[in-house]
Ligand binder design. Structure first.
Ligand code: AMP
Length: 213
């Protein structure tokens, strides 16, 4: 399947994407993960993205479209893809439209996961992430078996630099201003599936129903 997953930081896009990849071999493409890997590796891309990411601001549309223009043409996208954290601005959505048309591809749906702000805030402040493989934990509901160590790869489980209270509040503001309007953009195109849910199972069921799978 080919989906865009929209939703505020902490809405559960990554969790839903990971569950969907197991259903039909489609790949999760998270621009945030790609950028974090670039920062960790100290590449030119990482250097260009680092300051904006740390503050919870958006990286430039040009940089993001450069990444996605390449990424969507890779072989593993043949079975479909779940776009997690992209597009995040109207210009990115417009550029994606052109990119997909050039590639002769069409999305199955754009899923907007809608979660109340208090739940989002609680999730983001208690979220922890493995530096090695990106596995997500939560100090309250899903801590790693050994504190600070990833169950899957043994990497360090840490609080992301952009998950301080200040950066979180900026990320949510940026989301409301720059990304939330995308729901209206895709609604006009007739491809929006809005799901109000704090449970990933409910989101998955709504997607299955919409795609008749
Ligand atoms: P995420 O893991 O999706 O929350 O992304 C982490 C950070 O990476 C964001 O706060 C932005 O600084 C940057 N980022 C990720 N995806 C995008 C995008 N599509 N457009 C601009 N910046 C992005």
């Amino acid at each position: 399947m080919k989906l865009i997953l929209l939703g505020a930081p902490g809405a559960g896009k990554g969790t839903v994407a990971k569950l969907l990849t197991k259903m039909d071999g489609s790949v999760q493409i998270s621009t945030g993960d790609i950028l974090r890997a670039a920062v960790a590796a100290g590449t030119e891309l990482g250097k260009q993205a680092q300051a904006a990411m740390k503050a919870g601001d958006l990286v430039s549309d040009d940089l993001i479209m450069g990444i996605m223009g390449e990424r969507l043409k890779e072989d593993d996208c043949k079975n479909g893809y779940l776009l997690d954290g992209f597009p995040r601005t109207i210009p990115q959505a417009e550029a994606l439209k052109v990119l997909l048309a050039d590639m002769g591809e069409k999305l199955d749906a754009v899923v907007s996961i809608e979660v109340p702000r208090d739940v989002i805030l609680d999730r983001l402040t208690t979220r922890r992430t493995c530096e090695g493989c990106g596995e997500i934990y939560n100090v309250k509901s899903n801590p790693p078996k050994e504190e600070g160590k990833c169950d899957k790869c043994g990497g360090n489980v840490v609080q992301r630099e952009d998950e301080t209270e200040e950066a979180i509040s900026n990320r949510l503001e940026v989301y409301n201003e720059m990304t939330a309007p995308l729901a209206g953009f895709y609604e006009k195109e007739g491809s929006l599936l809005a799901v109000e849910a704090t449970s990933s199972d409910v989101v998955i069921d709504a997607i299955k129903k919409k795609l008749a799978i």
